[in-house]
Design a protein around this ligand. Structure first.
Ligand code: DC
Length: 228
């Protein structure tokens, strides 16, 4: 019996951390390196927020939001995120949707409705999952739990750089940097202060602070933790 369980065990690397910490990029790179599957759990909360807007459900309607989460007609196809077969990737990844997702994610019924869906991503040969509660709630038996973070200022700078690269922001727009920094701090506070699955570095997680690390260094650090 024990033998069977050992054979069936699918390893999970849980990478949690605040918004714009580089979790997505780092987690994807670790998954590619190991040939593992990848779960972007934040995208599920973002999809709930987008679906709620489409159906004109207000972001304080917990039961209705949980119903949307339960039957979410979302799918990941390559880099694209689909809702009802429609490509909603740009909307899902926008700053506004990130803020709305953080509100939706504070409701226990919504979290519960997405739980099994996230666990279904656990398939051989392994999974790298990123989010806020991957190690604490969704995959408590993860082989490795990482808390990936960076200072709020560095995260805001990285987000601005991304927006400039995508042509969504011009260089020298200092007021936008201030706004992005403020959004990041607000989102951290909301994610960290909610009673269910709050964002924090749990005692069984390894902290990786990327304030002074490149993406490659963060990826290598996690792969090294995993192989030890
Ligand atoms: O990782 P992200 O920025 O895409 O996540 C968007 C929001 O979703 C984030 O502010 C908090 C919430 N979230 C969560 O509560 N639990 C997760 N596992 C993933 C995201």
């Amino acid at each position: 019996m024990d033998m069977q369980q050992t054979t069936d065990f699918v390893p999970v690397i849980a990478i949690d951390g605040p918004s714009a910490s580089g979790k997505g990029t780092v987690a994807q790179r670790v998954a590619e390196h190991l040939g593992f599957h990848y779960l972007d759990s934040g995208a599920l909360y973002r999809l709930v927020a987008v679906a709620a807007a489409q159906r004109q459900v207000a972001l304080d309607q917990e039961p209705a939001l949980a119903e949307i989460a339960r039957d979410l007609p979302g799918a990941f196809v390559g880099d694209a995120i689909l809702l009802n077969g429609e490509d909603v990737s740009a909307e899902v990844r926008s700053e506004a949707t990130g803020g709305n997702a953080s509100k939706v994610a504070a409701f226990p019924l919504v979290r519960e409705a997405l739980l099994q869906r996230q666990r279904d991503f656990r398939q051989g040969p392994g999974l790298v999952a990123d989010g806020r509660d991957m190690g604490a709630v969704v995959f408590p038996d993860a082989s490795l739990k990482v808390f990936l973070t960076a200072s709020a200022e560095v995260r805001a700078q990285r987000r601005c750089k991304q927006l400039i690269e995508k042509g969504l922001m011009a260089k020298g727009q200092g007021d936008i940097f201030t706004q992005i920094l403020q959004d990041i701090v607000e989102r951290d506070q909301r994610d960290a202060s909610r009673p269910v699955a709050p964002l924090k570095c749990y005692p069984d997680a390894r902290m990786v602070d990327t304030t002074d690390l490149s993406i490659d260094q963060a990826v290598n650090q996690i792969i090294q933790f995993y192989s030890c």
